[in-house]
Design a protein around this ligand. Structure first.
Ligand code: NAI
Ligand code: MG
Length: 351
């Protein structure tokens, strides 16, 4: 079988971590007798400066026939943020209707973290990706009067909650059989009680999964105090944004955090991307940590059914990271992106 992959390297360290990932995906697939067919798209900041748009208007149509999209990162100092964030990555997620964001966090042995006792941490945050506090509804009133109001309205729909819930229950069923819903229904009276109700209803279709509901403030503390007690978490856009950055710290930080934007059905490709941005402060130096992108590639293969290849990539990453000589600067080491990539490829060949 051939995997048709659309690749958007983007800006800054995006192309660096993507270049470190594609050969690994290819090697893992070829070892199983499959092929990788890559279409590279030059979307991003440079294209914006050249053509006035970060991606073509029919971008979604151009990637629709791929099996998956691997995205690096966008952002450069000489291009307005919204042209790349909204004009590319958020725009593309919306065009493809990728309503759910999956963010696994796994502590690899040997990787130093700023939090103590993270051995064995292995959790996944399933984040609703389109609404909640981030719909942009609201406005300002009495501006400049000294009694100014900023009003931000959160919108939670049954449809969006259901889509995220199905993904989370299915994932929990494949893992430990435990799902933790994170809301704030004691202080908020409409949106989060709807989450609680709808998720409980959907849960009836997954009798093999045990559902627990935790308030977000308690979850923040538990994530640091007892992260091993967590497996699959389901939460809203805002809480997912905050908790996933917190959780990434348990695994060594942003350079270690992969993500998947997944469609509700199999009719359009998902977008797989490291959580981090284009890191202009280290771009061009060849020192970016490629692990977040490599693990995003493993998620991609998982979703396409190549679970053996995906598992071997994770094991190879684990093998490489056990040796501190393969730690990049963000992990306190002095390995280059190419060193890590070569070590992972080498470990993969041994598996
Ligand atoms: P950032 O994630 O690019 O960088 C934050 C810090 O983490 C920097 O010190 C950076 O050097 C470090 N870092 C990030 N990834 C790393 C890696 N793989 N290896 C080693 N160190 C790493 O976030 P920042 O600085 O807020 O944003 C920079 C640009 O990226 C902005 O233009 C922003 O809009 C864009 N951005 C794009 C995203 C995307 O494409 N999905 C997501 C987040 C930010
Ligand atoms: Mg964030």
């Amino acid at each position: 079988k051939t995997v048709r992959l659309a690749v958007i390297p983007g800006d800054g360290i995006g192309p660096e971590v993507v270049a470190a990932t594609v050969p690994t995906l290819r090697a893992a697939l070829e070892a199983d007798g499959h092929r990788l067919d890559v279409t590279e798209l030059d979307w991003g900041g440079e294209r914006f400066l050249r053509e006035g748009a970060a991606m073509p208007a029919n971008a979604a149509d151009l990637v629709k026939h791929s099996d998956a999209v691997l995205f690096g990162a966008v952002g450069r100092p000489d291009v307005p943020e919204h042209e790349l964030i909204w004009g590319l990555i958020i725009g593309l997620r919306q065009q493809l209707d990728l309503a759910v964001n999956i963010r696994p966090v796994r502590a690899f042995p040997g990787v130093p973290t700023k939090v103590r006792d993270t051995d064995g941490v292995d959790l996944v945050i399933v984040r609703e990706n389109t609404e909640g506090e981030y719909v942009g509804a609201g406005g300002v009133a009495h501006a400049g009067s000294g009694h100014d109001l900023g009003i931000e309205v959160a919108v939670h729909s049954r449809r969006a909650i259901e889509r995220a819930a199905h993904q989370a229950f299915a994932l929990a069923g494949r893992r430990s059989g435990r799902l933790c819903l994170v809301t704030k229904s004691n202080a908020m009276r409409y949106g989060y009680p709807l989450w609680d109700r709808v998720v409980r209803e959907i849960g009836a279709q997954y009798p093999e999964v045990e559902l627990e509901t935790v308030l977000v403030d308690a979850m923040a503390a538990r994530m640091i105090q007892a992260p091993r007690s967590l497996d699959v978490l389901l939460t809203s856009n805002l809480f997912g944004d905050i908790l996933s950055d917190l959780a990434a710290v348990l695994a060594g930080g942003m350079g270690m955090a992969p993500s998947a934007n997944v469609p509700p059905g199999a009719d359009v490709p998902g977008i797989y991307e490291p959580v981090h941005g284009s890191a202009p402060d280290i771009a061009g130096k060849g020192v970016a940590n490629p692990v977040a992108c490599l693990l995003s590639g493993a998620l991609l293969l998982d979703d396409l059914g190549h679970t053996g290849a995906a598992g071997r990539i994770r094991e190879a990453v684990g093998d490489a990271l056990r040796d501190a000589r393969n730690h990049t600067a963000d992990l306190g080491g002095n390995a280059t992106t190419a060193d890590v990539s070569a070590a992972v490829l080498h470990a993969l060949e041994g598996r």
